[in-house]
Design a binder for this molecule. Structure first.
Ligand SMILES: NC(=O)c1ccc[n+]([C@@H]2O[C@H](COP(=O)([O-])OP(=O)(O)OC[C@H]3O[C@@H](n4cnc5c(N)ncnc54)[C@H](O)[C@@H]3O)[C@@H](O)[C@H]2O)c1
Length: 439
């Protein structure tokens, strides 16, 4: 009787387990729960588990709707939290959303989290269940790692017994819930039927188009879209460096270039960060290796990685113009996040910038309203500083009164990494101004 009741309930509300409750997994779990499924979030970080189980959102920064939705789905009992899939009963759908970084030195995929997720879910895989990987992975990973791991752990076949699909996420911090619901999605099925079964799930909460394909194509689509963005930014950064050599303003050049049909030049700046853009080009290259050695994609990575060091060079040159060396300078850096108005510092360009400045002997103070440890009163950061470096265009910074800023500083050197300040106005006030792509 109990078993029948349970079965009847499961038919009404399939059980979905989301593995990894991070920037992707948590909004996914909340959205799937809101769509009427019975959701378990499996998370290995105990502190995060406890926070989420109490309805408190661990993701800080401006994330519209997420904290409220989490509270709702926890209060309604639509989302539960667990340390292991063994706590979740009979599972209909597994969604894997764990981190997939690359090794900082070798640039090879570092799949410890993915392997861990596959190992924990494998033994709980039942016939007719659906497994979807949402993490970004190198082309060929579904075939070379995911499918064999799951088959070995479960004794089941992805051709005959369960459904296996790859559906990468396209969310951006600051728009996690909105992107989840509205972005078009590509669904790569290990079999055409698996892609169709996965589409039935996403239909419940995705308003964008759902394009079906095979797993390899979907893996290539995701890594290519981020490599494409990285290359575009690197192009803009290279033009910025050339404009510096020519004494031109890259932002004016870009504005006029983009008036030409079919041009969409990206914004240059002080570097590229985040969990995804700096590593996904390496995942693409890892998964497509052959006789051809790619040139453009690794070069773009090098250019973008170099930009924070270029900012340090600009600061050093500007300071030397006013007779100061970096070794006796106090430098105030505005922005620790990798993205404006976000509390995410993964691969933030500010990190290599500060490392370089400190290696040159500077005394560095960081300000960032989105990080508790750097959310000090701004005047304290600026007081007595010899150089101000703007790294992140947080919404609080364009409103700064430059005259007040100058009054607080010991030496008025201003390095603008994101074209936030008005160069002419800064110079009129007496700043020694240097902007990336606009000296
Ligand atoms: N952050 C983004 O904006 C974004 C956008 C698109 C795609 N992606 C991709 O989505 C994936 C996840 O990214 P993220 O930003 O959410 O990462 P994250 O680091 O914020 O979250 C991953 C979570 O998974 C947990 N975890 C790791 N291994 C686990 C395991 N074996 N069992 C249970 N929990 C485990 C971690 O503790 C962490 O909480 C990555 O592949 C990333 O490239 C991210």
């Amino acid at each position: 009787m109990m078993a029948n009741e349970e079965q009847a309930n499961r038919k009404v509300k399939p059980t979905v387990v989301v593995i990894g409750l991070g920037h992707v997994g948590l909004p996914v779990a909340c959205t799937v729960a809101q769509a009427g499924f019975h959701v378990w979030g499996v998370e290995r970080d105990q502190a995060k588990r406890e926070q989420i189980a109490q309805g408190n959102c661990p993701i800080s920064g401006d994330e519209p709707g997420l904290a409220t939705l989490l509270k709702e789905v926890i209060a309604e009992g639509a989302l539960h939290v667990a340390a292991d899939p063994s706590e979740c009963g009979q599972v209909d759908v597994f969604l894997v959303a764990v981190e997939t970084p690359v090794d900082p030195l070798s640039r090879e995929p570092a799949y410890e989290a993915l392997r861990g997720a596959l190992t924990t879910l494998g033994p709980h895989l039942r016939p007719d269940a659906l497994v979807i990987v949402e993490s970004t992975i190198a082309p060929g990973t579904m075939e070379g790692l995911v499918k064999p791991s799951l088959e070995a752990a479960s004794g089941l076949s992805a051709e005959r017994d369960f459904y296996l699909a790859y559906c990468p996420e396209r969310v951006m911090p600051g728009k996690l819930l909105a992107n989840l619901k509205t972005c078009n999605r590509v669904i790569g099925g290990w079999t055409p039927q698996a892609a169709q079964v996965a589409r039935e799930l996403y239909r419940h909460f995705v308003q964008g188009e759902l394009d079906l394909t095979d797993t390899l194509t979907a893996e290539l689509v995701k890594t290519t879209e981020n490599a494409y963005r990285d290359v575009q930014i690197a192009f803009a950064n290279e033009i910025a460096l050339l404009c510096e050599n020519s004494g031109a303003d890259v932002y004016r050049v870009r504005e006029l270039v983009n008036k030409s049909p079919l041009r969409d030049m990206h914004l240059p700046g002080a570097g590229v960060g985040g969990h995804c853009t700096p590593k996904d080009p390496w995942l693409l290259l890892h998964g497509t290796r052959g006789d051809l050695e790619a040139q453009l994609i690794p070069t773009a990575r090098w250019i973008n990685d170099h930009m924070p060091l270029h900012v340090a060079d600009l600061a050093e040159q500007a300071l030397s113009q006013v007779g100061k060396s970096m070794s006796d300078a106090r430098v105030a850096v505005l922005g620790y996040a990798y993205l404006e108005n976000a509390a995410d510092a993964r691969n933030s360009p500010t990190i290599p910038l500060v490392t370089r400045l400190e290696a040159l002997g500077a005394s560095v103070t960081i300000h960032d309203p989105y990080f508790e440890s750097y959310d000090v009163p701004l005047h304290k950061t600026l007081q007595g500083s010899d150089c101000l470096i703007l790294m992140v265009a947080h919404k609080q910074y364009p409103a700064l009164d430059l005259a007040e800023v100058k009054a607080l500083m010991a030496t008025p050197v201003l390095i603008d990494g994101r074209n936030v300040f008005d160069k002419e106005k800064a110079r009129e006030l007496g700043f020694l101004y240097a902007g990336v792509g606009n000296l």
